[in-house]
Write a protein that binds this ligand. Sequence first.
Ligand code: 6R9
Length: 670
Amino acid sequence: MTWDTAHTLGKGDVVSNESLANLLREERRFEPPAQLAADANVTAEAYERAKADRLGFWAEQARRLSWSTEPTETLDWSNPPFAKWFKDGRLNVAYNCVDRHVEAGHGDRVAIHFEGEPGDSRSITYAELRREVAKAANALLELGVRAGDRVAVYMPMIPETVVAMLACARIGAPHSVVFGGFSADALATRVRDADARVVITSDGGYRKGGASALKPAVDEALSRPGTENVRNVVVVRRTGQDVDWTEGRDLWWHDLVERQSEEHTPEAFEAEHPLFILYTSGTTGKPKGILHTSGGYLTQVSYTHHAVFDLKPDTDVFWCTADVGWVTGHSYIVYGPLSNGATQVLYEGTPDSPHKGRWWEVVEKYKVTIFYTAPTAIRAAMKWGDDIPAKFDLSSLRLLGSVGEPINPEAWIWYRQHIGAGRTPVVDTWWQTETGGIMISPLPGVTATKPGSAQVPLPGISATVVDDEAREVPDGAGGYLVLTEPWPSMLRTIWGDDQRYLDTYWSRFENRYFAGDGAKKDDDGDIWLLGRVDDVMLVSGHNISTTEVESALVAHPAVAEAAVVGAADPQTTQAICAFVILRGAAAEELEEGGLVDELRAHVAKQLGPIAKPKRILPVAELPKTRSGKIMRRLLRDVAENRELGDVTTLTDSSVMSLIQQKLPSAGSED
Ligand code: 6R9
């Protein structure tokens, strides 16, 4: 496909606020702070080294880990796309994340500063974490869990969740973490697909100011056919709420785990031993169980955490706000930071409970130095107002990261200015559940950053943008993002479905991994992500990226958030339909009618008349997954007056009925 608006992004006349506009216009790039560059973990030389010898580079990164048998072979790619990395090496992932730091004398270092939503807190050292993981591993063994058995984890964001995952890793039992916000149905499907033997859960967790139950969903899920192989449910007491109990099956974590021995000798597993399955909900059909294995995965998440976040384990306090039920939580709460001996914050709740400054209060309390979150959270903070973060001391921060969706330049600049005091680098990190670890991102001590662009593949990673015929596009053009060489933390297959693995990722282009994202290269060759290819709009023969139209809308001072979709249209194939959340006062103006025309003109000016939305609908909220991604598929259903598709992964299903109610009042239609 050709991308009609791709070259104009960022060169338009951005008007949201005088100082931001100046920043965007004049300082298109932000050089790394001199001190950070001087002390950076990784320098520009890494790109050269990796380019000269990619496999040698990864073999060197594998030495970041402790192996009981060092690998001699880096990559076996004799049966592509089924990769084997470090296949003759053996290691224990949990030992690498916990015990070895204690053995190195860091037992007193805090691994996790846990902050509960109600304000309870506890700090857990590496020595304590080692004991807890050993006890939990012994508990699983007592329940008959053996290497290779799957364990489902359905938990809130509490330390026991991390302990449970590491205990599984320690005994070689792949975990399948199911996000705690998912329904009993979603849990049942995942338990069935993975044929889990044990479920670890809790009575509930604190969210949005109240106790929200988890155990009832487990009980319901396990009443469904196909889940009979679950022998035990282990329940952590978090909220103290009443729970139903199935004698003989259900066990309290505190009864079972507390009485176990603190000693457990970790067994070394092959590098390709399965570490976890994590389900991603495709747009249609049953969720895909993405399979990750041990040695390659841990090598890449450890290296990327070290390189992209420049972690100094003695002094930094790292905080990734993702839920552990999402891949970002697996790779950058559990395995990356812990393998590097980091001290980190684990926060249970939502950013606005009990008040909208909660996150910034936590940053101040623990003197967080590195902060990693999603664009949706940044846009929410922007909407809530600059005065909120301004009330807190955020001066400890030295580096900010973004993940999950394209970050629009407006939000990037706001993040740097209002959270990073205009001095911290912002790293926009592109990757997927399937890639396991970060793939495309600036390096904070090396790259001059550009607001809105993920920029360059990391050392050792090969990515490019191709057209329909798999030809690499020139700088300044757009197409499909592909990965051209295998990487250590790549998915190994879809659980139980090798054919689907081949069809989904490896059939669109020969010998290339198709990520499903649109992207463009700018004139410097830097990569800009343009959204999922499935979401691309076709208007009168032109392909238009959702990301670019949304960025243009959000660059207008009246718009806080935007989601656009292409809705079937008899004249133009698809017509652009925009759902916008307006800033306070702007809503009234909209009623008067002037604002819709102004927004349409604004998009036309930024991106060209073809990208002008046909309809603009103001809404109070947008449908999102709990990981913060806009579910455009549902908006398309609304825009085309169809019945809604699968809404099980939606954060809040009432959002859709609110949006649907809005529709008949098509006062905003062209
Ligand atoms: C880590 C994670 C993967 C999809 C991916 C892309 C989008 C993630 C992004 C980004 C633009 C970024 N995505 N990071 N788009 N810029 N920095 O999010 O994994 O939940 O599997 O989603 O998210 O569309 O293909 P996952």
